[in-house]
Design a protein around this ligand. Structure first.
Ligand code: GLN
Length: 498
C-alpha cells in the first residue's frame, strides 16, 4: 500500500487533536514539492489557500467543531473541475488563465466536510485521452517508472495518490479515465453510477457519460470520499434523487463477501490480452473465491461493438459541448480582424490535435445524412450493451474483468496511432455506456514492477457492494508491492544529501 496515511486516519487524528490540519497539509505540500518536479502530477498547487484553510480548521477544532468526515484531509482535484478563484483549465490552452467564480458541487461537499484542496491535477485536454500526454502542460510521469505513462485522462490525480502526495484525488471518467490511470498507478479508482454524483461545475466532455469519482490508496477511503460527494443536486438534473448510504467499505454486514456470485465475462479475456494482466486478474478472482465468493461465467456479447459506439457518442457530445469555446462566448481569443477568422483561429490555436480530431469526428457523425447511420446506430448499440449488463446481473452480483489490455506503456507510444490508443479502452467503455459503477483495484505487478488493476463492476447504485468487495480483497492481499520506484529513488537521493 502507498506510504501516506489514509484519509480515515487523518480525519480521526485531526478530530482527536492528535495532529493539526496544518501539520497534515504541510506534509502533503512538502511531498508535492519534493516529488512533483519529476512526476508532474499537479498543474497548480495552492499552498497559501490550503494553509490558510488548514488554520481555519484547526481553529474550529479548538472550538469543539469536529464534525467533518474529511477534517484536515488534503485533496487534489482534476483540472476540469471548477474551483473558485483557483485556475481551472481542463489542461487546454483555450481555458488558460480561467479562474471560475464558483465551486463545483463536489468541491462544496468536500469543503463542507473539512477537506483541504491542495491543487489541481494534470489530465488529457478536456478528458480526451488515455495517457495524460495530450495536455498543454508537461506530461505526467508514472511514479512506478518515469519512462511510462500514468494513464489518463485523470493521470495527474492517480499519480498524486500513488506518490503519496495526497490521500484522495478527484478524477472524472467518461470511458475509463478514473479506472485506467488507477490501474496503471497501482491505486484504487471508482467510477460511480451515472447520476450518483452531481456534474455541476464539471467542464463537460460527453454529458451522457461523464462522472466524477474518487481515486484513493484503498477502497474504504474511496467509500468515504464517495459518501461525501454523492447525492442529489438541483443544479444537475441528471443527478439521482436517491438516498446516499453511509458507504463504509463493507459489502454486507460484517464485511464478508461469503456467498457473493462473481460473473466472469468470457469476452473480457481475449487471446490477445497481455499474459501478465490475464494471470494477475485470474489470481485476483481466485483471491475473491478464497474469501467465499463463487464464480460463474457470464456473457456480454455486445462488448465488441462498445468501442465503436463510444467513439461516435463521446465525440458527438463533445463537438456540441465544445462549440461554446470560440473566443467570443468563451475561451482564449486569437488576434484577428474579422469574425470568421477570429473563430477559426481561436479554435485552431486553443484546442490541441486530439480535441480537434474529436470535434471533427463528432460533427461529422451528427451532420445531416449521417446522423442515422452513425449517431442513432451508436445509441442503439448502447442500449444493447446496457441490456447485456442487465442480463448478466440476473446471474451474478458483481462482474470482474481486467481494466486495460496491458500495463502502463512507454511515454510517446501510440501517439501517432489514435485507433490503437482508442482500443485500449475496450474493457472500461462498456460499463460507461451502461452507466454501471466500477472500481479498479490493484491485483498484481508485472515482472517489470508495474501495477496491474482488476475491474469490479456492479449494478446501478450498488457502489457499496462494489467497494465492499474491493475492500475485502484489499484486506486479504497487499497490492501493489512496496513504494513506487521513482519515489524511492527521490527519497534515497534526498537521504544521501541530508
Ligand atoms: N480514453 C477515453 C477517451 O479518450 C476515456 C476518456 C475519459 O474517460 N475521460 O475518450
Amino acid at each position: 500500500m502507498i506510504s501516506t496515511a489514509t484519509a480515515r486516519r487523518i480525519a480521526g487524528d485531526v478530530r482527536s487533536g492528535k495532529r493539526t490540519a496544518r501539520e497534515v497539509v504541510e506534509e502533503s505540500l512538502a511531498r508535492i514539492e519534493k516529488y512533483d518536479g519529476e512526476i508532474h502530477a499537479f498543474v497548480h498547487v495552492c499552498s497559501d489557500e490550503a494553509l490558510a484553510r488548514a488554520d481555519g480548521i484547526d481553529a474550529a477544532v479548538a472550538r469543539g467543531e469536529t464534525d467533518g468526515l474529511l477534517l484536515g484531509v488534503p485533496v487534489a482535484v482534476k483540472d476540469n473541475i471548477c474551483t473558485r478563484n483557483i485556475p481551472t483549465t481542463a489542461a487546454s490552452r483555450i481555458l488558460e488563465n480561467y479562474r471560475p467564480p464558483y465551486d463545483a458541487h463536489v468541491i462544496e461537499r468536500l469543503l463542507g466536510e473539512g477537506a483541504v484542496i491542495v491543487g489541481k491535477t494534470n489530465q488529457d485536454e478536456f478528458g480526451m485521452g488515455s495517457t495524460s500526454q495530450y495536455t498543454v502542460y508537461e506530461a505526467t510521469r508514472n511514479p512506478w517508472n518515469s519512462g511510462r505513462v500514468p494513464g489518463g485522462s485523470s493521470g495527474g490525480s492517480a499519480a498524486a495518490v500513488a506518490a503519496g502526495m495526497v490521500p484522495i484525488a478527484l478524477g472524472t471518467d467518461t470511458g475509463g479515465s478514473i479506472r485506467q490511470p488507477a490501474a496503471f498507478c497501482g491505486v484504487t479508482g471508482l467510477k460511480p453510477t451515472y447520476g450518483r454524483v452531481s456534474r455541476y461545475g464539471l467542464i463537460a466532455f460527453a454529458s451522457s457519460l461523464d462522472q466524477i469519482g474518487p481515486i484513493t490508496a484503498d477502497a474504504p477511503d474511496a467509500a468515504l470520499a464517495l459518501r461525501v460527494i454523492a447525492g442529489r443536486d438541483e443544479r444537475d438534473s441528471t443527478s439521482a434523487d436517491k438516498k446516499v448510504p453511509a458507504y463504509d467499505g463493507k459489502p454486507v454486514s460484517g464485511g464478508s463477501i461469503e456467498g457473493l456470485k462473481i460473473g466472469l465475462p468470457l469476452e473480457y479475456f481475449p487471446d490477445n490480452l497481455d499474459g501478465e494482466v490475464a494471470a494477475a486478474v485470474r489470481l485476483g478472482v481466485s483471491g475473491l473465491e478464497k474469501l467465499g465468493a463463487s464464480v460463474v461465467e457470464v456473457s456480454l456479447p455486445h462488448t465488441r461493438y462498445a468501442i465503436a459506439a463510444y467513439y461516435i457518442i463521446a465525440p458527438a457530445e463533445a463537438s456540441s459541448n465544445l462549440a461554446r469555446y470560440d473566443g467570443v462566448h468563451y475561451g482564449r481569443r486569437a488576434e484577428s480582424h474579422d469574425v470568421r477568422s477570429l473563430y477559426v483561429r481561436s479554435r485552431s490555436e486553443g484546442f490541441g490535435p486530439e480535441v480537434q480530431r474529436r470535434i471533427m469526428l463528432g460533427t461529422f457523425a451528427l451532420s445531416s445524412g449521417y446522423y442515422d447511420a452513425y449517431y442513432l446506430k451508436a445509441q442503439k448499440v448502447r442500449t444493447l450493451v446496457r441490456r447485456d449488463f442487465e442480463k448478466a446481473f440476473e446471474r451474478c452480483d458483481l462482474i470482474v474483468s481486467p481494466v486495460a489490455p496491458g500495463s502502463a506503456f512507454p511515454l510517446g507510444k501510440w501517439l501517432d496511432d489514435p485507433i490503437r490508443m482508442y482500443l485500449g479502452d475496450v474493457f472500461t467503455v462498456p460499463a460507461s455506456l451502461a452507466g454501471c459503477p466500477a472500481v479498479s483495484v490493484p491485483c498484481g505487478m508485472t515482472g517489470d514492477g508495474l501495477p496491474i488493476g482488476m475491474q469490479v463492476i456492479g449494478p446501478e447504485f450498488r457502489e457499496g457492494l462494489v467497494l465492499g468487495a474491493a475492500a475485502a480483497y484489499q484486506k486479504a492481499t497487499d497490492h501493489p508491492a512496496g513504494i513506487p520506484s521513482e519515489i524511492r529513488k527521490i527519497e534515497s537521493r534526498s537521504g544521501a544529501n541530508n
